[in-house]
Each structure stands twice: as structure tokens, then as C-alpha cells.
Write a protein of this length. Sequence first.
Lengths: 281, 227
Amino acid sequence: MTVPIVNASGCLDALTAPDVAAPLDAFVTKTITPEPREGSPPVRIAETEFGMLNSIGLQGPGLEGLLAQTLPALALQGLRVWVSVGGFSVGDYAGICERLEERADVELIELNLSCPNVEEAPESSAQIVAGCRARTTKPLYAKLSPATWDIGESAKAVVAAGADGLSLVNTMRGMALEPATLRPKLGRGSGGYSGPALKPIALACVSACARAVDVPIVGMGGVRTGLDALELVAAGASVVSLGTILFADPGAPTRVRRELQEEATRRGIADPRTVRGIANS
Amino acid sequence: MTGAALLDRSATLRVSGTEPIGPYTLLRVASGPIAAGVPGQFFMLHPPGRVLPRPMSLCLAEAGELGFLIDPIGPGTRALCELEVGESLHVLGPLGKGFDLTVARPLLVGGGIGVAPFPYASQALGGPPAILGFRSAHHAEAAALVPGAEVVIEPTFVTALLGDDPGDVLACGPAPMLEAVRRLVPQAQLAWEAPMACGYGACYGCVVEVDGRLQRLCIAGPVLQAA
């Protein structure tokens, strides 16, 4: 056993690329919403100097599509499945959790409380977590935005409301302009900023939350190498998640796992899990 | 997704040649384990120093070599054009759905950098007729890659030469050109383009709107044909 490696929600489709998902310790689905969504108009993707922007807009089959098609297909691949849940009210989130509760093929629920590409639910993250906690006994992880002045306080609030763990961090809202026209590159104007630029932000958020609460943390944000992964563990992550790197390198799950062990060994560390949080002491 | 497992279509290849063709660069790489695929399919090429790879259709498939015609329009494509012989390049492909070549009377129709898939398509089809449009004589130097192509230069457009009975049109070019071709030839096979992050169905970034429907180009295309 070593540090588990998973994908960031929305950064991999195990059904179109099963051999990319196979080496992961769990597959995290694209965020599911109560109803099907067509998603954002084009253009949805733009590269920037140090990252990328996306405005996919939670395109997906909706809850019924997930239950009837996606989950059975994933089960055939033998993957451990974590479902990312989205919505526009406490009732949306809680209703999905209630339906997932009865599914043995769902190991964990991640609440996407921070998608920068859709209208946010008016309720607070803690209220959403509390509503979901009442409907499911499955492990419930809260995925938080880094765009908050004190993420440690957010972490305390969602854990007090019943979250079993945290996923840190989601993308940050960003914008890129077309140099020739000085108009936004993305059809929706702005989108979620991810990639290498996010790594220092992720490290700070993971560190702040690891000091604030004692729960498992899925760390993500700009991980490209095993050293990036080891740094997130040192900041307090217990699981490392791969996002944007999967787009450029579908071999990243196996490569990052190998490099993580190599980086640990080079430092005289047999098990990289043992460095969890050492950056915070 | 069809074909070999994705990771079997991923390799770091050696740049074997690079030459200017008009404003474009023809980048050649030693193909290694990577198959050429069907004309119209695409490959993700990762420019050194960039966050994301870039989708490129295959221009030339020769013994042991893959050729890509690249228009240096931004930092990624410029970095690809600046590669030198002997440097390495990460390549993923072939990806997506290419042209259906089992047609009776193929006619290749390309606009600008949309000429890119047609040298390979022309070879595979035994040199069918082709109409290529460019914005200048300098850009039109790329037409030499397609034997026997008729060339038009703006303000003349490729649609001016399609005629009443153009046959089975295979088209690639800017979206306004594809829309114009489709109005004249509704059953044409059209190779579309969109910004892509992954090329293999992971990011949901590469949608285009065709007939009011959003289609993911890397899975449904890039060649789309009216039903």
C-alpha cells in the first residue's frame, strides 16, 4: 500500500479510456446533476501560460443516466467508484445522495460545492453537507474552492456538518482573452483555472485544512510529477488526485505513482504515507 | 473509442524533418510504434513547454514516418514549428473518426490549413480531384502536397468550383467554409476543428454546434457526416 492516486472529477472518462483509469485506486465520476445537462456552448477550453481554463458546464447524463448506464458500465471494469455530486440547492445534493445510498457500486460521495462554471447553490457548503449527511451513510467528502479567505474555517464548518473528508482544491475562476480581438477565449467568458499554476494554492489550502481538521484529504491542483504528489502529502493530503496532467499524459497514473515512490526512496522514506503533514509541524 | 488501447497509441517520437511550406511547417517524426490510422483522424502533439497538447490531422504517412502540416498561429503551434531534427515529441494517436473512403466519386475540398489531411487522403484514394482555397499565393504553396489540386485564392472561394454534381465531397477547413460546402452538398463529409485538451474523451472540451446539437469532436468526429 502507498498513497492512493485517483483522478480529479471531470478529468477522465473511464468508459472511453479504460486503460487510463485501470491503474487508479478509485475512479471519480464527472459531477452528476439531478437532470441531464448539455453543458456550456463552445469555446470550452483555453490554454494559458501556466495552466488551462475550462467551461464545460457540468455536461452529463443526469442522475437517472448515471444510475442506469454509467454505474453498471463502470462496475464491469472492476473500478472502485467515487461519485461527484453537484446541484443548485440542498435538495438537489441530498436527493442524489439518497439515491446513491442504495448503490453498493458507489464507494464514496464527493460533493462538488465549488464548480466555477455554474450558478452556486444559495445555501452554504455546511448546509449542503448536513442535508446530504442525513440521507447517506457512505463516506462523504466535501470539495472546496480555493477562492475563500480562510479555507480552514470552511473545512471546520463542513466537517462539523458531517463531512468525512475533504477534496482540495477545485479550479479557480479565471479568464483569458484572444490577443487579436481582446475578447474572451471561452464562450462563457470565464471558466475554471487548473494546471501547474494551481499547485502553490493547493499546497496552501491542503496545509491550512490539515491543521484545522483531522480528516482524510484528497489533494489536487497542478500535480504533474511524483514530487508534486509527495509535496501534497507533506502538506497534509492522504490521497493524491490527478487532473489537467491526464489531458497531456494519459500514462500519468502509473508514472506519478512510480515517481512518488522514487522521490520518497531518494529521501530515505520507505512509505510516502509517513510524511503526511510534515510540512505543517 | 476504436483501435488499440489508448496507452498503446502514446509514444515519444524523434523529429526526423522539418521544412517550411509557404507560411506552414511540415513536421516529420519517426513513427515508431504509432500507426498512421485513417485519413482525417488526428494526433495530439505536445509542444515542449506547453501545458496542453495540440490536435493535428495526419498530413503524410510514409515509410516509418508521420508528417504534420502546422500553421504557427499561437504559442503551441509556434513551439511545434520550432522543433529541430533530433528533438523528441510526445504523440498520442490516431484518435477520433476519420473520413469514410469507401465512396464512389471522391472530391477533396480544403481551405487554408484545412489542406492538412488531404495529402494522405489523396494518396489513400489514388489521387482523386481536389479543390483547395487559400488566402494568398504564399499560403497556396501547400497545394503542391496534393497532386493535381485546383487552387483558388481569395476573394474566390472553393464553393465557386463545386459545380452542380460535385460527387462525394470530403472537406476540411474553417467553419464558415464547411457550412458553405454543406449548404451546397448536404451529404458532404466535414472535418471540423475545435480547441481540445485531451483528444480522447476525457475533458468534454471539444464540442462544436452542428444543427443546434453539441457534438464532442474527439469522439463523434472530427469528421462528421450528415445523417
